[in-house]
Every structure is written in structure tokens, then in C-alpha cells.
Design a protein around this ligand. Structure first.
Ligand code: EPZ
Length: 422
């Protein structure tokens, strides 16, 4: 298993290009199942999760042809002959559940393995299933699989989510595009990835209104055509790299992205005393102050503070002047980076979904363990500011969501290298 070795090397300066959003791509790819015409994605990120989704779609008979080194995905579901998503693929990536809605809508049938929990929580899919039932599907759970049937096709329905779910909103939105009649998604997720999906579906011929608000209305159509769609910039990769100069000092411009994608996060960075300046093609982040100020954070659905940036923000709070309180309201177990940061000399007390972080002037490098995608990158960020070497193990987590992390951070002056393990 590979590791990443980071050596604290002072302020960082330079430019990082941001790639297409993993979490947009992972819902745009299953959307190809809705049509027998080609769907082509540009600005696709080169990540292991994308390879996993490619394998899953391939197992159903869909074709995904990576072009330009994987930045373009030319997809076709003309020859889909299976509607069964096997456990051995689904267990690797929870987003696999996003093939259920499109398969059910296009073929009237789907067998998809339940994803099972993961490191950050149980992460059930009950909201996805309730949405399909509201659209007339018959569901049966057997041997760890969901068997979904809609022999006469899905019909439009009213889907009221008891709380916001990104995946359930995406699954229901895709299914509703081919349902007979009108579907309303109430208390829908508002993330930019949902807006991106709706824009791609509209290019395919879907009739959708209200994406980006908490109520999305879809008028079903008989069939969808093909399209070409550019994947929206990855706001989580953007927020992650904005924290590099915030933690290590210096000034970095992030390009191919927009500040509009992460409003609440930017407000918190500014409150911490970090300078955030929109630029023509992205954003510049500069930290001149000796230390950042402690800031409290509560994670919320978009447009609130993103849960996917909580671990990275905590790494910054470990060196802040003062005590900050971070509340994780989306997942029940998303502080696994805390024990690893403690090994680096951080002062953190975790009680349930709340972490109290008292900043220290200097972290110390140490061998640490990555546990999930965002926790692993928070340890790398902490290593930028730590004295000495930090060896982050199990970086396969990292490769799921960050394209060429060592190149991107190396380009701004970080001392970072991949150590190929046994
Ligand atoms: C998406 O996961 C993202 N993944 C996650 O990013 C992100 O953290 C999350 O949204 C929240 O923004 C992808 O888009 C592939 P949810 P998702 O449904 O859709 C509970 C990363 O690091 N819930 O909004 O699975 C659930 O357990 C990943 O890139 C149910 O109880 O998240 C969680 O506590 C991590 N029943 C909360 O709702 C359901 O049917 C929010 O989950 C669905 C969800």
C-alpha cells in the first residue's frame, strides 16, 4: 500500500488547477443508463471512484470509453442487457446505489446490492427506496439486494424527504425524468452537483424545474436523448486546497473554479483571518497573519458548511489562536482524523458529534493513518504546517477523491512525495 510523505516546508505559493467534481461525475455517469443515445462527459476527474463506476456500468453492458487520458468519458447504454449491480462492486463504493433509479426508470426492473455501511457511518438508503415507492415501484429486500420492479413504468408522485439527502435526491431526480406524469421532490438537496445533474438531464431532453432549491418538479417524458456535458468544478477539492495556504501560510490561486460553489466555507475562512479574493478564473487565498483565529463550525446541507470539508478545516483549527468547536451534523462518525491529529500534537476533545479544538503554535510530524477520503487529506494538510515528517499511510482512500495530490501540492512548494509501499 502506498503512503504519502509530507515534510513541513513553510509557506506555499503558486497555482493549482481544480478538476471536475467527483460527486457530480458519480451521478452523471449512471445518468447514461436513462437513454440509448450517447452521453459524453468532459472535465471528468481521473480518480479510482470513477474507475469503479466505469466497471459497474460495464458490468451492466453499458460502454464507458475514457478519452484524453480519462478527462472525457464517452458513454453509451445502447446495449445494456443486465439490471443487476453485484455486491462485490457496490461494496467498494456507496455511490453505486445511483444506478438503481435509472435502471428502474428505463427498464422497469433493477437488482442492486445494498451498499452496506462505511467508515463514516451506517449510511442507509431508506430515503432512496421510499422515493421509488412514491413513484409506484414495488420493492423487495432479499439476500442483501434490493429488487425493484415497475412493470408498467414509474408514475409521477410526491416525494417528501424527512431530511436532506444528496444521493436520494439524485436517484429520485433521475428516475422521475422517465416517469409518467409529474414528480415533486420536496426538501430536496440543493448542492451544486444536483444542479449540474439537472442541467445534464435537461440537455438529454428532461423537463425539470427548481434544481438548486428545496423543491424540484419533474415532468416525465417518454425517452431521453444523448448529450455532451462538462462536469462542474469540484468544490470540495477547491476548499481542500484553499486550506493549504491557510494552514502553511503563503498565497495560492486556484483556477477552473468559482467562489460561488462554496459560500459558507469562504465566510468561515475569512472569519479565521484568511484573505479570500475572487479572481477571473477562480480564487486566490492568502494568509499573512502569524496564526489563524479559532472559528466555530456546524456542518449542514448546502448552502451550509460542507461536511466534506470538516476534517480539513479541523486541521487548520489545530494551529489556530484559540479554541474552536466543530459540530458534525451530517454523519455520525466523521471525526476519525482527530486521533491521528492528536498524534501530531493537536489538542482535540471529541464528545459525540462535537469536537473542541484548542490550537497549538506548532504541530509535530508523525506517522498517521488515513481512514476515509477527507480524513486522509486533512492529515496531509496538517503535515504541511508540522515540524518534521508526516507519513500518511493507506492513501488508497486519498486516490478515490484527489487527482495527483502530490503533484498539485508539490507545484505550490510543498515537500511531498508518494512512497510506494509493499
Ligand atoms: C453524498 O453522499 C456525497 N457522496 C458525500 O461525499 C457527502 O458527504 C454527502 O453527500 C453529504 O453532502 C457522493 O455524492 C458520492 P446523503 P450521500 O444521502 O448521498 C443519511 C465524499 O467525501 N441518509 O446526503 O450518501 C446518511 O446516512 C463523500 O466525497 C439516510 O439516513 O449523503 C447521512 O447521515 C462522503 N438515509 C445523511 O443522511 C438515506 O436514504 C446525509 O446523507 C440517505 C441518507
Amino acid at each position: 500500500m502506498d503512503s504519502i510523505l509530507v515534510t513541513g516546508n513553510g509557506p506555499v505559493n503558486g497555482e493549482i488547477p481544480i478538476t471536475g467534481a467527483k460527486n457530480a461525475c458519480l451521478t452523471l455517469m449512471p445518468a447514461t443508463l436513462l437513454s440509448d443515445e450517447p452521453l459524453t462527459l468532459t472535465n471528468a476527474p481521473r480518480l479510482s471512484d470513477i474507475k469503479t463506476m466505469t466497471a459497474l456500468l460495464g458490468s451492466l453492458g453499458a460502454e464507458v470509453q475514457p478519452l484524453q487520458g480519462g478527462k472525457v468519458l464517452a458513454m453509451s447504454s445502447h446495449n445494456v442487457e443486465s439490471q443487476r449491480a453485484e455486491y462485490d462492486i457496490v461494496r467498494k463504493m456507496r455511490a453505486s446505489i445511483l444506478v438503481l433509479g435509472p435502471l428502474l426508470a428505463r427498464f422497469g426492473y433493477a437488482e442492486v446490492s445494498l451498499p452496506g455501511g462505511c467508515a463514516i457511518g451506517a449510511r442507509p438508503v431508506d430515503l432512496h427506496l421510499k422515493a421509488f415507492e412514491a413513484m409506484g415501484a414495488e420493492l423487495e429486500l432479499k439476500d442483501g439486494y434490493v429488487f425493484a420492479r415497475a412493470p408498467k413504468g414509474l408514475r409521477g408522485g410526491r416525494v417528501e424527504f424527512p431530511f436532506v439527502s444528496v444521493g436520494a435526491t439524485e436517484n429520485a431526480l433521475m428516475a422521475a425524468t422517465l416517469a409518467k406524469g409529474t414528480t415533486q421532490l420536496i426538501n430536496a438537496a440543493r448542492e451544486p452537483e444536483i444542479v449540474d445533474l439537472a442541467q445534464a438531464l435537461r440537455k438529454m431532453g428532461a423537463q425539470i424545474d427548481g434544481e438548486g432549491t428545496d423543491t424540484i418538479t419533474i415532468q416525465g417524458v417518454d425517452r431521453l436523448g444523448g448529450a455532451t456535458h462538462q462536469v462542474v468544478a469540484d468544490r470540495i477539492e477547491m476548499g481542500t486546497y484553499m486550506l493549504a495556504p491557510a494552514i502553511a501560510g503563503g498565497s495560492v490561486e486556484l483556477t477552473n473554479c468559482s467562489v460561488d460553489l462554496i459560500g459558507a466555507f469562504i465566510d468561515k475562512l475569512a472569519a479565521a483571518g484568511v484573505e479570500v479574493t475572487p479572481t477571473e478564473n477562480g480564487v486566490r487565498v492568502t494568509r499573512t497573519a502569524d496564526r489563524v483565529r479559532a472559528v466555530d463550525v456546524i456542518t449542514e446541507p448546502y448552502p451550509g458548511f460542507p461536511t466534506d470539508l470538516q476534517a480539513q478545516f479541523m486541521a487548520m483549527m489545530c494551529t489556530a489562536d484559540g479554541t474552536s468547536v466543530l459540530e458534525e451534523k451530517i454523519f455520525e462518525n466523521r471525526f476519525m482524523h482527530a486521533p491521528e491529529l492528536l498524534r501530531m500534537g493537536a489538542q482535540i476533545e471529541v464528545h459525540g458529534g462535537t469536537a473542541r479544538v484548542t490550537g497549538v503554535p506548532q504541530l509535530k510530524g508523525a506517522p498517521v493513518m488515513a481512514t476515509d477520503l477527507r480524513a486522509s487529506v486533512s492529515l496531509i494538510l496538517a503535515g504541511l504546517a508540522a515540524k518534521g515528517e508526516t507519513l500518511v499511510n493507506r492513501v488508497y482512500h486519498l486516490d478515490r477523491g484527489y487527482e495527483h495530490v502530490e503533484e498539485k501540492l508539490g507545484a505550490i512548494g510543498a515537500k511531498i512525495e508518494r512512497v510506494t509501499g509493499s
